[in-house]
Design a binder for this molecule. Structure first.
Ligand SMILES: [Zn+2]
Length: 135
């Protein structure tokens, strides 16, 4: 008998779905053209962003409201006015969140940051502890 409340299986289903949506047709670890694991931020539903590094995925959920002071982007390290950047919450463990500030235009932000910047961000976020999913 399986008690669903006592299941130790992490709810990773939604992440798998999301990865397949972002990288249709890819099986296993999505890879870039040079064969390295995919690394990037991808806009998903409701203003959220998905940080993908190989098979790891973290969801960035924008906080409601707007900051009052200038913001410092954690990815490209530009200083932004409150309307040009957003603060995101990332659940990294069951009771632990990180807050990340990112430019509103993630495409340009990633271009400025480059792979080194994305790697540095991924190192701050990953690994996500199992059971940390928000859903
Ligand atoms: Zn930025």
């Amino acid at each position: 008998m399986r008690d669903p409340k006592k299941s130790t299986q992490p709810q990773s289903f939604s992440h798998t779905e999301l990865l397949q949506e972002l990288f249709p047709g890819s099986e296993g670890v999505p890879q870039g053209s040079a064969g390295e694991p995919t690394l990037g931020l991808y806009p998903v539903a409701d203003g959220r962003l998905a940080l993908v590094h190989g098979q790891q995925l973290a969801e960035f959920t924008p906080l409601s409201g707007q900051a009052k002071a200038a913001l410092h982007c954690d990815l490209c390290h530009f200083t932004r006015s409150p309307s040009e950047a957003r603060i995101y919450r990332v659940v990294v463990a069951q009771r632990r969140s990180r807050y990340v500030t990112l430019c509103g235009s993630t495409v340009h932000c990633q271009q400025r940051a480059g792979t080194a910047g994305l790697n540095a961000l991924a190192e701050r976020i990953f690994p996500i502890e199992s059971g940390a999913e928000m859903f």
